[in-house]
Design a protein around this ligand. Sequence first.
Ligand SMILES: *Cc1c(COP(=O)(O)O)cnc(C)c1O
Length: 370
Amino acid sequence: MSSETTSDSAMSMFEVHPSSHPRTLAERTAALEHLAFGTVFSDHMAHAVWTPDAGWHDQRVEAYAPISLDPAAAVLHYAQEIFEGLKAYRHADGSVWAFRPEANAARFAASAHRLALPELPAAQFLGSIEALVATDLEWVPGSAGSSLYLRPFMFASEPFLGVRPSKQVDYLLIASPSGPYFTSGFQPVSIWVAEDYHRAGPGGTGAAKCGGNYAASLLPQQQAIENGCAQVCFLDAATNTYLEELGGMNVFIVTDDGEVHTPALTGTILEGVTRRSILQLLADDGRRVNERQISLAEITEQIASGRITEVFACGTAAVVTPVGALKSTGFDLTVGDGVAGAVTQWLYQHLTDLQYGRVEDPYGWMRRLA
Ligand SMILES: *Cc1c(COP(=O)(O)O)cnc(C)c1O
């Protein structure tokens, strides 16, 4: 199994100040028993502060606790905030691994740049993950399909109402044990295509992972739910013609010739680590993959004709989610026979086999944390 060595120097940047009130074994066992997503948090968090003069400093792992913010903190007014999402997986031998965390570190830096936030060096991003996971190792669940979800984020904490980049920034990393996304097998979801709303425009923040993009997606997401769909899919803001992505997942289609297609990165789509990995796995499997503009008209016509055999969405949380139906005001289409297709299932299996260490990792994608 390939891996990079744990960077001790990066890790030691985050000094561990153990919690004075960690949960008992019984409390932790109970908390790990019925895992949902994002409701339970481990005993510690990693924290660092940035100011223009001192740069990044005060790196530490400390007790998970509410934070105190001045009501004038810039993030509360102008949403200068970014985040990441990745998982720590426990392998059968007890070791704990992250999937391509260097890609998350690079994306975090790119998001920081777009939001005029200071970049956190990759060594510190990875160091915070190593230090927190080492401290809260017992919070990495071992049951099938479960993992420790890691949420790094950074926000403007300076108390100042003027509009300019904050001169004080906080970086935090919290960890949430989570269960398998699909509790009863692979369940296809219905997707609602947003008609009146977009998540990102040309030159905007669509390619950055920032909370503001999610805020903009909540109303159309609510409309998707009102229309019996689990997720919303956005079209491009400039022409309202081309498929972009869901609120927090990238989207793929499979055609009856076995080729796979996904919207090209035009600056308004968030480039998922899962998306990138899927493109590689498919290409290495000898499949033709097309990153191109895909119009809604093409999709609806070809789902109806049977030319499109599978649609799926992908992201760290759910890995790969089959899309069984595509709906909007003017159409209600079942994809294929409405169940997960062969390519979707193969990708789910292959990716999770890599992440849980059930197969060799020829790419060096897994990084050992503990
Ligand atoms: C995080 C995210 C994704 C998926 O990215 P992964 O790295 O695969 O988890 C896709 N779209 C948006 C808008 C996202 O925020």
